[in-house]
Ligand binder design. Structure first.
Ligand code: ZN
Length: 203
């Protein structure tokens, strides 16, 4: 399976919605080896002094597809979830400055947290879904899918122009404002509406 991530998909405030949006979404892929094994702590890698949490709504693909039209995207997923796209920001900044790919900064072992709970998409209004990340019991990221520049159905259509979507692929739909550094002994809890989706310790 592959993990497809969307970059810069949120406006910080509703007022910014009127700003011009970029022409196309930013896409990158994380390898399946980056998935943090269930109930393991997240271990800060030795090559970074600044790993950031990026909490994101996830979409699980359940049907093979390519060149999907947005109006049919809904047929390609049943479930949504929540995860963290851990990012070695210091390393990413260096790579970006040189115009190099980001893989090392986002695709390292453990860099992909996939919450173990999945939800039927029909149980929520996907255009107005609240989600959040708590660090040591304090809310650090709070998002709502109404602030997405590209909605889930548009993302699926766009991604499938380039990559065949396969059963089990997961799309990370982008992170809202509030990304920040994680430190040893932090406890991160992700929520969709008022339901806890994951809890992870940082080591
Ligand atoms: Zn991300």
């Amino acid at each position: 399976m592959k993990i497809i991530c969307i970059g810069r998909n949120y406006t910080e405030h509703i007022s910014e919605l009127e700003n011009e949006k970029p022409d196309e979404p930013v896409i990158f892929i994380k390898p399946d080896s980056s998935i943090l094994p269930k109930s393991h702590p997240f271990v800060i890698p030795e090559f970074s002094d600044e790993v950031h949490h990026e909490v994101e709504v996830l979409v699980k693909i359940n049907k093979l597809g390519k060149h999907i039209q947005p109006k049919f995207s809904h047929k390609y997923y049943h479930e949504i979830g929540l995860g963290i796209d851990f990012t070695a920001r210091d390393l990413q900044s260096k790579l970006k400055a040189k115009g190099l790919p980001w893989e090392k900064a986002k695709g390292f072992d453990g860099a992909t947290l996939i919450g173990k709970k999945w939800f039927d998409k029909n149980d929520f209004n996907l255009d107005n879904l609240n989600f959040s990340l708590l660090k040591n019991n304090e809310i650090v990221q709070q998002g709502n899918t109404k602030l997405m520049l590209w909605k889930i159905d548009e993302l699926i259509a766009y991604v499938s122009r380039f990559f065949t979507l396969k059963i089990g692929d997961i799309i990370f739909t982008g992170t809202p404002a509030g990304v920040g550094k994680v430190q040893e002994d932090d406890v991160l809890v992700g929520r969709i509406e008022d339901q806890q989706v994951f809890k992870v310790n940082v080591k």
